[in-house]
Design a protein around this ligand. Sequence first.
Ligand SMILES: [Zn+2]
Length: 344
Amino acid sequence: MPDSAAAGGLDTFIAGLPKAELHVHHVGSASPRIVAELAARHRDSAVPADPEALADYFSFRDFAHFIQVYLSVVDLIRDAEDVRLLTFEVARDMARQNVRYAELTVTPYSSTRRGIPDREFMAAIEDARKAAEAELGVTLRWCFDIPGEAGLASAEETARMAVDLRPDGLVSFGLGGPEIGVPRPQFKPYFDRARAAGLHSVPHAGETTGPETVWDALRELGAERIGHGTSAAGDPRLLEHLAEHRIPLEVCPTSNIATRAVATLDEHPIRQMVAAGVLVTVNSDDPPMFGTDLNTEYAVAARLLELDHRGVAALAKNAVEASFLDAPGKARITAEIDAYTAAW
Ligand SMILES: [Zn+2]
C-alpha cells in the first residue's frame, strides 16, 4: 500500500476512534461556527457574524493574532445564555470527532469580572453539560483555572467559586496564562483550598519556561497532571519522576508550535517523553484558534511516534486512564476503544 493510502486509513481510524480529551479550553474551543452564532447575538461586536469572513479572521497567523481572536471571543461572552450556547456547541464539535469525554478548562473569572453573576454562570455550564450528555453523548467535566496574568485576586475568586459554588461537573483546579513572570508557588494557598475540597490539581507548567516550573507545580501545587510539561524533556530526573509517579502530561503539539514553545513539530519532545515511560496524552488546547482539532493532533502524534492504528488506540486509552472519570466510566470508554480497534 502506498504511504499516502496508509496515512489516509489511519486518519479514518482516528476520526472514528472514541476519544477523551483532557486539555482543551472553553473559550479557546469556540469554532468559527460558534463565534458566528455569538456575534449574531451581539451585533455591536467587531467580530464578523458571516461565517466566511470569520474563517479568514480565524486563520492562524501568529501568537499576537491568536490573543486578539481569543479576546474578541471573550468579548462575545456577555450573558449566561452566551455561556450556555458556547458550552453546548463546543460539545457538538467534540461529538463530531467522536470525543466521548472531555475535561474542559473553564475560566469563570473572565466571565464574572465582566458582570455575569457567578451562580448564573454555574447554572449555564451545568445546563449545557446535562444537555450535551443527553443529546450528544458527550460527557463533560470542568477544570476551573486561575488566569495567572490576572493576579492573586483572580486566584481568590476562582478558588471561592470552585469551593463554595462547586458545580456537579467540577473535578479539578488549574492555572493558566503566561508562565514568565508568574511564578507558580504564589498560588499554593488557593490550590491547597481546592485540594482540601477534593478537587484534583492540574496546573499548566513547563510550556514556556523550564523544568523548574514543573517541579514547582509538583511540589508547591500538588499537581496530579501537568498541562503541557513540554520543557520536562530537558530534565531526565523529572521525566523519571513523572514516569515513576504516573503523573501524566497533557501534550498539545500544534499549540506548542503556534506559541513557539517548540520550534518545529519534528523537534517536539513527545518522543523523549514516551521513551522515558511517561504517561503521555494528546490534546488540542485551543483548537480552532490554532487551526487544529483533536483528530489532527492524534495524526500529528502518530507521525511523530510512528504509530499504527493500535498505537493510536493505546494513546487514546492513555487519556482515559489519566482522566478523572470514575472507574465504571473509564471501563466503558476503554471497552469502546478496544471494540472499535478489534473491528478495524
Ligand atoms: Zn492550555
